[in-house]
Design a protein around this ligand. Structure first.
Ligand code: SF4
Length: 293
């Protein structure tokens, strides 16, 4: 018997082969104007007995699992004691376990004190996926992210100080034509400052259910970037991103115009060569019909 998930269910592309446990449903914030992922769900923290029986079920079916992803939108919002209870139960059930990860918002990390973050790390939580989206404060406000660039940098630093692996996401095209310069220069600045272990660049894709909300909250006319504009943002980002140590970079999400990846700085020139080639040969880009968020 398999786990009965509460759909829609999301996980980062790199967790495609992970075992997923929904310890929460939905997102405790659920107000980012570009994100339609959990609009159909009320945020709920699932009871321990339900989580426990799903862990038991999965431990029988997939005892060899090496990676676990705790869903939904921000499992780190759960109280530390309950998270530790879940982590402590998971570890012995999956003897080959190498990594436990979850999505986290900046506020989730900032709300945990140093002792809590240390305890969670010791209990087996290894990695956070955190949406930066942009480093520009005007845009963060316009897309109602509920975070400032300063708070984002602080939260990422805090996660790293406590030994967590950090995978961050930014969104190309988030400011449309009007804010493209500020979006990329501020984003490149904060991702350089943060230097996450992994960086993913997604592309703005407004699903029908969220389109009007995004436009209303943007509070001025929004002109979306064409594919060439997206490639230009990506090119500038790759040039301006100056991490203090190598970062695995991916722009291979379903929303992207093409699948691009490498390690920055060593693959910077190779990535730039590809982007510049794509600008000259737009027919190589993924058809719009195959893109989604
Ligand atoms: S982007 Fe993340 S924090 Fe914002 S609404 Fe979506 S799931 Fe929640």
């Amino acid at each position: 018997m398999d786990i009965l998930y509460d759909y829609p269910l999301y996980r980062p592309p790199s967790e495609a082969n992970s075992l997923i446990f929904q310890i929460t449903l939905g997102c405790s914030f659920n107000r980012c104007s570009f994100c339609n992922m959990y609009r159909t769900k009320e945020y709920v923290e699932r009871p321990w007995d339900e989580i426990k029986s799903e862990i038991d079920l999965a431990a029988n079916a997939y005892p060899e699992a090496q990676r676990i992803f705790l869903a939904d939108g921000d499992a780190l919002n759960v109280a530390t004691d309950k998270l530790i209870q879940i982590l402590a139960y998971l570890r012995p059930k999956f003897p080959n376990l190498k990594r436990i990860s979850c999505y986290a918002m900046p506020k989730n990390i900032l709300q945990k004190n140093d002792d809590e973050l240390d305890k969670l790390k010791t209990a087996g939580l290894d990695m956070f996926y955190l949406g930066i989206e942009t480093g520009n404060d005007t845009l963060l406000k316009k897309v109602t992210k509920g975070a400032t660039s300063k708070g984002i940098v602080q939260s990422c630093r805090k996660a790293k100080q406590h030994g967590y692996i950090l995978s961050c996401m930014i969104i190309l095209g988030l400011g449309g034509k009007r804010y493209t310069n500020e979006h990329i220069s501020d984003t490149a600045r904060i991702i350089s400052e943060i230097t996450p272990d992994y960086l993913g660049a997604l592309t703005l894709y407004l699903e029908d259910g969220i389109y009007n909300e995004f436009m209303t909250k943007f509070s001025e006319p929004f002109t979306a970037l064409e594919d060439i504009g997206i490639l230009e943002e990506l090119e500038r980002l790759v040039i301006d991103f100056q991490p203090v140590k190598p970062v695995i970079f991916r722009a291979n999400h379903a929303s992207n115009v093409y699948s691009i990846g490498g390690t920055i700085p060593q693959d910077r020139e190779k990535i730039l060569f590809l982007i510049r080639d794509l600008k000259l040969r737009p027919e190589m880009l993924k058809p719009k019909i195959l893109r989604r968020f």
